[in-house]
Design a binder for this molecule. Structure first.
Ligand code: NAI
Ligand code: MG
Length: 357
Protein backbone atom coordinates (compact mmCIF):
# COMPACT_ATOMS: atom_id res chain seq x y z
CA UNK A 1 0.00 0.00 0.00
CA UNK A 2 1.39 3.43 -0.97
CA UNK A 3 0.55 5.96 1.73
CA UNK A 4 0.59 9.73 1.44
CA UNK A 5 -0.18 12.14 4.23
CA UNK A 6 -2.31 15.09 3.14
CA UNK A 7 -2.97 18.17 5.28
CA UNK A 8 -6.41 19.58 4.53
CA UNK A 9 -7.04 23.28 5.21
CA UNK A 10 -10.60 23.90 4.01
CA UNK A 11 -10.50 27.54 5.12
CA UNK A 12 -13.36 30.03 4.91
CA UNK A 13 -16.53 30.75 2.96
CA UNK A 14 -16.96 28.34 0.05
CA UNK A 15 -13.61 26.68 0.91
CA UNK A 16 -15.16 23.93 3.08
CA UNK A 17 -18.03 23.48 0.56
CA UNK A 18 -15.75 22.76 -2.39
CA UNK A 19 -13.24 20.83 -0.29
CA UNK A 20 -15.96 18.37 0.79
CA UNK A 21 -16.48 17.44 -2.88
CA UNK A 22 -12.75 17.28 -3.53
CA UNK A 23 -12.28 14.80 -0.72
CA UNK A 24 -15.05 12.57 -2.10
CA UNK A 25 -13.17 12.45 -5.37
CA UNK A 26 -9.94 11.60 -3.55
CA UNK A 27 -11.74 8.75 -1.79
CA UNK A 28 -13.02 7.47 -5.13
CA UNK A 29 -9.46 7.58 -6.49
CA UNK A 30 -8.33 5.39 -3.58
CA UNK A 31 -11.08 2.88 -4.34
CA UNK A 32 -10.18 2.77 -8.05
CA UNK A 33 -6.46 2.27 -7.48
CA UNK A 34 -6.78 -0.17 -4.62
CA UNK A 35 -3.23 0.24 -3.35
CA UNK A 36 -3.16 3.91 -2.57
CA UNK A 37 -4.07 5.61 0.69
CA UNK A 38 -4.30 9.33 1.39
CA UNK A 39 -4.10 9.84 5.13
CA UNK A 40 -5.97 13.08 5.57
CA UNK A 41 -5.72 15.39 8.53
CA UNK A 42 -7.98 18.43 8.72
CA UNK A 43 -6.85 21.75 10.18
CA UNK A 44 -9.31 24.47 11.18
CA UNK A 45 -6.87 27.23 10.29
CA UNK A 46 -9.11 30.01 9.04
CA UNK A 47 -10.50 33.45 9.79
CA UNK A 48 -12.90 32.16 12.44
CA UNK A 49 -9.92 30.85 14.36
CA UNK A 50 -8.20 34.22 13.91
CA UNK A 51 -11.19 36.02 15.37
CA UNK A 52 -11.25 33.63 18.33
CA UNK A 53 -7.56 33.52 19.21
CA UNK A 54 -5.73 36.13 17.13
CA UNK A 55 -3.83 33.69 14.91
CA UNK A 56 -4.63 32.08 11.57
CA UNK A 57 -2.49 29.07 12.47
CA UNK A 58 -0.61 27.99 15.59
CA UNK A 59 2.90 29.27 16.14
CA UNK A 60 4.36 25.91 15.08
CA UNK A 61 1.93 25.57 12.15
CA UNK A 62 4.65 25.35 9.53
CA UNK A 63 6.54 22.70 11.51
CA UNK A 64 3.34 20.66 11.63
CA UNK A 65 2.70 20.99 7.88
CA UNK A 66 6.29 20.21 6.96
CA UNK A 67 5.79 16.55 7.77
CA UNK A 68 3.05 16.08 5.19
CA UNK A 69 3.47 14.85 1.62
CA UNK A 70 1.04 17.46 0.28
CA UNK A 71 -1.33 20.20 1.38
CA UNK A 72 -4.83 20.79 0.06
CA UNK A 73 -6.23 24.27 0.56
CA UNK A 74 -9.80 25.43 -0.05
CA UNK A 75 -9.92 29.21 0.24
CA UNK A 76 -9.02 31.76 2.86
CA UNK A 77 -10.61 35.13 3.55
CA UNK A 78 -13.48 36.72 5.41
CA UNK A 79 -15.04 40.17 5.34
CA UNK A 80 -14.42 40.23 9.13
CA UNK A 81 -10.61 40.00 8.79
CA UNK A 82 -8.44 42.30 6.65
CA UNK A 83 -7.21 40.34 3.62
CA UNK A 84 -3.57 41.31 4.13
CA UNK A 85 -3.73 39.55 7.51
CA UNK A 86 -5.40 36.34 6.36
CA UNK A 87 -3.17 36.00 3.31
CA UNK A 88 0.09 37.05 4.99
CA UNK A 89 -0.42 34.86 8.03
CA UNK A 90 -1.33 31.65 6.30
CA UNK A 91 -0.95 31.33 2.55
CA UNK A 92 2.20 33.36 1.96
CA UNK A 93 4.23 31.79 4.80
CA UNK A 94 3.39 28.33 3.46
CA UNK A 95 4.39 29.26 -0.10
CA UNK A 96 7.64 30.86 1.06
CA UNK A 97 8.79 28.61 3.85
CA UNK A 98 8.22 25.52 1.72
CA UNK A 99 9.95 27.05 -1.31
CA UNK A 100 6.86 26.55 -3.45
CA UNK A 101 8.42 28.86 -5.95
CA UNK A 102 6.31 27.72 -8.88
CA UNK A 103 2.65 28.61 -8.97
CA UNK A 104 1.39 26.48 -11.80
CA UNK A 105 -1.89 27.58 -13.33
CA UNK A 106 -3.31 25.76 -16.34
CA UNK A 107 -5.50 27.88 -18.61
CA UNK A 108 -7.46 25.23 -20.45
CA UNK A 109 -10.95 25.31 -21.88
CA UNK A 110 -12.54 22.04 -20.84
CA UNK A 111 -14.50 20.07 -23.40
CA UNK A 112 -18.19 20.75 -23.00
CA UNK A 113 -17.72 24.42 -22.06
CA UNK A 114 -17.79 27.49 -24.25
CA UNK A 115 -15.35 30.32 -23.87
CA UNK A 116 -16.71 33.87 -23.67
CA UNK A 117 -14.25 34.43 -26.54
CA UNK A 118 -16.82 33.25 -28.97
CA UNK A 119 -14.65 32.02 -31.83
CA UNK A 120 -12.22 30.07 -29.68
CA UNK A 121 -12.43 26.31 -29.40
CA UNK A 122 -10.94 24.16 -26.69
CA UNK A 123 -7.87 23.23 -28.77
CA UNK A 124 -7.01 26.92 -29.01
CA UNK A 125 -7.24 27.53 -25.29
CA UNK A 126 -4.77 25.25 -23.61
CA UNK A 127 -1.66 26.75 -22.07
CA UNK A 128 0.02 27.09 -18.70
CA UNK A 129 1.06 30.09 -16.65
CA UNK A 130 4.08 29.67 -14.40
CA UNK A 131 3.87 32.37 -11.76
CA UNK A 132 6.80 33.18 -9.47
CA UNK A 133 5.51 32.50 -6.00
CA UNK A 134 8.04 33.55 -3.37
CA UNK A 135 9.36 37.06 -4.12
CA UNK A 136 8.77 39.84 -6.65
CA UNK A 137 6.13 42.41 -5.87
CA UNK A 138 4.72 40.49 -2.90
CA UNK A 139 7.51 41.31 -0.50
CA UNK A 140 7.03 42.72 2.96
CA UNK A 141 10.11 44.91 2.66
CA UNK A 142 9.18 48.51 3.05
CA UNK A 143 7.22 50.54 5.49
CA UNK A 144 5.29 53.67 6.28
CA UNK A 145 6.55 56.95 7.60
CA UNK A 146 4.88 60.06 9.00
CA UNK A 147 1.65 58.19 9.51
CA UNK A 148 -1.46 60.38 9.68
CA UNK A 149 0.33 63.50 8.54
CA UNK A 150 0.16 65.26 5.20
CA UNK A 151 3.71 63.91 4.59
CA UNK A 152 2.70 60.30 5.05
CA UNK A 153 4.46 57.91 2.72
CA UNK A 154 4.39 54.20 1.96
CA UNK A 155 7.20 52.28 0.30
CA UNK A 156 7.00 48.67 -0.81
CA UNK A 157 10.08 47.14 -2.36
CA UNK A 158 9.98 44.65 -5.20
CA UNK A 159 12.48 41.87 -4.74
CA UNK A 160 13.98 40.09 -7.75
CA UNK A 161 16.93 37.82 -6.98
CA UNK A 162 19.00 36.02 -9.58
CA UNK A 163 18.42 32.76 -7.75
CA UNK A 164 14.66 33.34 -7.52
CA UNK A 165 14.23 34.42 -11.14
CA UNK A 166 16.47 31.74 -12.61
CA UNK A 167 14.79 28.82 -10.93
CA UNK A 168 11.25 29.73 -11.92
CA UNK A 169 12.23 30.71 -15.46
CA UNK A 170 14.16 27.46 -15.89
CA UNK A 171 11.10 25.55 -14.69
CA UNK A 172 9.01 27.31 -17.33
CA UNK A 173 11.45 26.44 -20.12
CA UNK A 174 11.66 22.79 -19.18
CA UNK A 175 7.87 22.62 -18.87
CA UNK A 176 7.60 24.08 -22.37
CA UNK A 177 9.96 21.37 -23.61
CA UNK A 178 7.89 18.66 -21.93
CA UNK A 179 4.63 20.01 -23.30
CA UNK A 180 6.05 20.39 -26.79
CA UNK A 181 5.21 24.10 -26.73
CA UNK A 182 7.42 25.92 -29.20
CA UNK A 183 7.64 29.11 -27.23
CA UNK A 184 7.99 30.62 -23.78
CA UNK A 185 6.32 33.97 -23.33
CA UNK A 186 7.73 36.02 -20.46
CA UNK A 187 5.67 38.87 -19.06
CA UNK A 188 7.72 42.02 -18.62
CA UNK A 189 7.38 45.76 -18.22
CA UNK A 190 10.98 46.79 -18.74
CA UNK A 191 9.93 49.98 -20.49
CA UNK A 192 8.38 51.40 -17.32
CA UNK A 193 9.97 49.48 -14.44
CA UNK A 194 13.57 50.21 -15.20
CA UNK A 195 15.60 48.17 -12.70
CA UNK A 196 13.90 44.93 -11.81
CA UNK A 197 12.25 44.22 -15.16
CA UNK A 198 15.34 44.67 -17.39
CA UNK A 199 17.07 42.33 -14.92
CA UNK A 200 14.22 39.81 -15.27
CA UNK A 201 14.49 40.10 -19.08
CA UNK A 202 18.24 39.40 -18.93
CA UNK A 203 17.68 36.27 -16.89
CA UNK A 204 14.97 35.13 -19.30
CA UNK A 205 17.37 35.49 -22.23
CA UNK A 206 20.22 33.81 -20.37
CA UNK A 207 18.14 30.82 -19.34
CA UNK A 208 16.58 30.70 -22.80
CA UNK A 209 20.00 30.24 -24.42
CA UNK A 210 20.11 26.83 -22.74
CA UNK A 211 16.98 25.82 -24.68
CA UNK A 212 17.84 26.52 -28.33
CA UNK A 213 14.76 24.62 -29.52
CA UNK A 214 12.40 27.07 -27.82
CA UNK A 215 11.51 30.55 -28.93
CA UNK A 216 11.60 33.30 -26.31
CA UNK A 217 9.00 36.03 -26.40
CA UNK A 218 9.41 38.93 -23.98
CA UNK A 219 6.08 40.71 -23.99
CA UNK A 220 5.05 43.78 -22.02
CA UNK A 221 2.30 42.94 -19.60
CA UNK A 222 -0.13 45.47 -21.06
CA UNK A 223 0.20 43.96 -24.53
CA UNK A 224 0.12 40.46 -23.09
CA UNK A 225 -3.29 40.92 -21.49
CA UNK A 226 -4.66 41.88 -24.88
CA UNK A 227 -3.04 38.82 -26.52
CA UNK A 228 -4.72 36.58 -23.93
CA UNK A 229 -7.98 37.73 -25.51
CA UNK A 230 -7.02 38.21 -29.17
CA UNK A 231 -4.71 35.23 -29.73
CA UNK A 232 -4.61 32.85 -26.78
CA UNK A 233 -3.70 30.04 -29.20
CA UNK A 234 -0.24 31.60 -29.56
CA UNK A 235 0.53 30.92 -25.87
CA UNK A 236 2.40 27.78 -24.87
CA UNK A 237 3.98 28.44 -21.51
CA UNK A 238 3.80 31.90 -19.97
CA UNK A 239 6.20 32.85 -17.17
CA UNK A 240 5.52 35.86 -15.00
CA UNK A 241 6.49 37.56 -11.77
CA UNK A 242 4.32 37.15 -8.70
CA UNK A 243 1.95 40.09 -9.28
CA UNK A 244 1.82 39.86 -13.06
CA UNK A 245 1.14 36.12 -12.85
CA UNK A 246 -1.61 36.68 -10.31
CA UNK A 247 -3.44 39.17 -12.50
CA UNK A 248 -2.87 37.25 -15.75
CA UNK A 249 -4.35 34.08 -14.32
CA UNK A 250 -7.62 35.66 -13.18
CA UNK A 251 -7.94 36.85 -16.78
CA UNK A 252 -6.94 33.37 -17.90
CA UNK A 253 -9.66 31.91 -15.70
CA UNK A 254 -12.23 34.27 -17.17
CA UNK A 255 -11.51 33.19 -20.76
CA UNK A 256 -11.98 29.52 -19.92
CA UNK A 257 -15.24 29.86 -18.04
CA UNK A 258 -14.56 31.55 -14.73
CA UNK A 259 -12.88 31.35 -11.36
CA UNK A 260 -14.85 28.30 -10.26
CA UNK A 261 -12.98 26.24 -12.85
CA UNK A 262 -9.37 27.25 -12.35
CA UNK A 263 -6.95 25.28 -10.19
CA UNK A 264 -3.38 25.90 -9.13
CA UNK A 265 -0.42 24.08 -7.72
CA UNK A 266 2.08 25.78 -5.43
CA UNK A 267 4.95 23.54 -6.36
CA UNK A 268 8.25 22.80 -4.70
CA UNK A 269 9.79 21.03 -7.70
CA UNK A 270 12.65 19.49 -5.70
CA UNK A 271 10.09 17.92 -3.31
CA UNK A 272 12.14 18.96 -0.29
CA UNK A 273 8.92 20.35 1.20
CA UNK A 274 5.26 19.60 0.63
CA UNK A 275 3.54 21.31 -2.29
CA UNK A 276 0.10 22.87 -1.91
CA UNK A 277 -2.86 22.55 -4.26
CA UNK A 278 -5.80 24.96 -4.29
CA UNK A 279 -8.36 26.63 -6.51
CA UNK A 280 -7.27 30.08 -7.62
CA UNK A 281 -10.55 31.56 -6.42
CA UNK A 282 -11.10 32.98 -2.95
CA UNK A 283 -13.73 32.35 -0.30
CA UNK A 284 -16.52 34.00 -2.35
CA UNK A 285 -18.44 35.53 0.57
CA UNK A 286 -21.19 36.57 -1.86
CA UNK A 287 -22.27 32.95 -2.43
CA UNK A 288 -20.88 31.20 0.67
CA UNK A 289 -23.37 29.06 2.59
CA UNK A 290 -25.71 28.62 -0.37
CA UNK A 291 -24.26 25.32 -1.57
CA UNK A 292 -23.90 26.57 -5.14
CA UNK A 293 -20.14 27.07 -5.49
CA UNK A 294 -18.52 25.26 -8.39
CA UNK A 295 -16.26 22.50 -6.98
CA UNK A 296 -14.38 21.91 -10.26
CA UNK A 297 -11.38 24.15 -9.46
CA UNK A 298 -10.87 22.28 -6.19
CA UNK A 299 -11.31 18.85 -7.81
CA UNK A 300 -8.94 19.77 -10.63
CA UNK A 301 -6.39 20.90 -7.99
CA UNK A 302 -6.57 17.34 -6.65
CA UNK A 303 -5.87 16.06 -10.15
CA UNK A 304 -2.75 18.28 -10.12
CA UNK A 305 -1.76 16.83 -6.75
CA UNK A 306 -2.01 13.32 -8.21
CA UNK A 307 0.25 14.39 -11.11
CA UNK A 308 2.75 15.82 -8.65
CA UNK A 309 2.80 12.75 -6.43
CA UNK A 310 3.60 10.56 -9.42
CA UNK A 311 0.17 9.34 -10.54
CA UNK A 312 -0.44 11.26 -13.79
CA UNK A 313 -2.76 8.54 -15.08
CA UNK A 314 -5.05 9.10 -12.07
CA UNK A 315 -4.75 12.87 -12.44
CA UNK A 316 -5.88 12.49 -16.05
CA UNK A 317 -8.75 10.24 -15.07
CA UNK A 318 -10.06 12.89 -12.67
CA UNK A 319 -9.81 15.59 -15.35
CA UNK A 320 -11.44 13.31 -17.94
CA UNK A 321 -14.32 12.74 -15.51
CA UNK A 322 -14.82 16.48 -15.03
CA UNK A 323 -14.85 16.98 -18.81
CA UNK A 324 -17.23 14.07 -19.38
CA UNK A 325 -19.75 15.55 -16.93
CA UNK A 326 -19.45 18.96 -18.57
CA UNK A 327 -19.90 17.46 -22.03
CA UNK A 328 -23.13 15.78 -20.98
CA UNK A 329 -24.23 19.24 -19.91
CA UNK A 330 -26.90 18.05 -17.48
CA UNK A 331 -25.36 18.94 -14.15
CA UNK A 332 -23.83 22.37 -13.83
CA UNK A 333 -23.59 24.92 -11.07
CA UNK A 334 -25.07 28.42 -11.67
CA UNK A 335 -21.72 30.05 -12.55
CA UNK A 336 -21.58 27.87 -15.68
CA UNK A 337 -25.22 28.19 -16.58
CA UNK A 338 -26.95 25.45 -14.58
CA UNK A 339 -29.00 25.03 -11.44
CA UNK A 340 -27.14 22.17 -9.74
CA UNK A 341 -25.67 22.38 -6.26
CA UNK A 342 -22.04 21.95 -5.31
CA UNK A 343 -22.81 18.49 -3.95
CA UNK A 344 -24.72 17.40 -7.07
CA UNK A 345 -21.86 18.35 -9.35
CA UNK A 346 -19.35 16.69 -7.00
CA UNK A 347 -21.42 13.49 -6.96
CA UNK A 348 -21.75 13.48 -10.76
CA UNK A 349 -17.96 13.69 -11.10
CA UNK A 350 -17.46 10.84 -8.61
CA UNK A 351 -20.02 8.69 -10.52
CA UNK A 352 -18.29 9.40 -13.80
CA UNK A 353 -14.92 8.53 -12.28
CA UNK A 354 -16.21 5.13 -11.24
CA UNK A 355 -17.67 4.55 -14.75
CA UNK A 356 -14.56 5.63 -16.65
CA UNK A 357 -12.18 3.64 -14.51
P1 NAI B 1 -13.32 35.35 -5.04
O1 NAI B 1 -12.54 34.46 -5.93
O2 NAI B 1 -13.65 34.80 -3.70
O3 NAI B 1 -14.71 35.72 -5.76
C1 NAI B 1 -14.77 36.47 -6.98
C2 NAI B 1 -16.11 36.15 -7.69
O4 NAI B 1 -16.05 34.83 -8.24
C3 NAI B 1 -17.30 36.17 -6.76
O5 NAI B 1 -18.40 36.73 -7.44
C4 NAI B 1 -17.55 34.71 -6.47
O6 NAI B 1 -18.89 34.40 -6.17
C5 NAI B 1 -17.08 34.03 -7.75
N1 NAI B 1 -16.55 32.69 -7.46
C6 NAI B 1 -15.35 32.40 -6.90
N2 NAI B 1 -15.21 31.09 -6.76
C7 NAI B 1 -16.34 30.51 -7.24
C8 NAI B 1 -16.79 29.17 -7.34
N3 NAI B 1 -16.03 28.13 -6.95
N4 NAI B 1 -18.01 28.95 -7.88
C9 NAI B 1 -18.77 29.98 -8.29
N5 NAI B 1 -18.40 31.27 -8.20
C10 NAI B 1 -17.20 31.54 -7.69
O7 NAI B 1 -12.53 36.72 -4.92
P2 NAI B 1 -12.79 37.99 -3.99
O8 NAI B 1 -14.25 38.26 -3.90
O9 NAI B 1 -11.89 39.02 -4.52
O10 NAI B 1 -12.23 37.60 -2.56
C11 NAI B 1 -13.02 37.06 -1.51
C12 NAI B 1 -12.09 36.67 -0.38
O11 NAI B 1 -11.24 35.59 -0.80
C13 NAI B 1 -11.16 37.77 0.08
O12 NAI B 1 -11.06 37.69 1.47
C14 NAI B 1 -9.84 37.45 -0.59
O13 NAI B 1 -8.71 37.94 0.09
C15 NAI B 1 -9.88 35.95 -0.55
N6 NAI B 1 -9.02 35.30 -1.56
C16 NAI B 1 -8.38 34.17 -1.15
C17 NAI B 1 -7.63 33.44 -2.03
C18 NAI B 1 -7.04 32.15 -1.57
O14 NAI B 1 -7.47 31.59 -0.58
N7 NAI B 1 -6.02 31.64 -2.25
C19 NAI B 1 -7.48 33.87 -3.45
C20 NAI B 1 -8.26 35.03 -3.79
C21 NAI B 1 -8.99 35.73 -2.86
MG1 MG C 1 -5.38 35.91 -7.45
Amino acid sequence: MNRYSVAVIAGDGIGPEVMAEGLKVLQAVERIHGGLLFERRAFDWNCRRYLQCGRMMPENGLEILREFDAILLGAIGSPMVPDHISVWELILPIRRQFQQYVNLRPIKLLRGLESPLRYKQHAELDFVVVRENTEGEYSNMGGRLHVNTPYELAVQNNVFTRFGCERVIRYAFSLAEQRGAGCVTAATKSNGINHSMPFWDEVVREVGRGYPGLQVQLTHIDALVSYFISRPESMGVVVASNLFGDILTDLGAAIVGGLGLSPSGNINPEKTFPSMFEPIHGSAPDIAGQGIANPIAQIWSISMMLDHLGYPELGKLVLDSIEAVLQEGLIRTPDIGGTATTAELGAAIVDKLMQLE
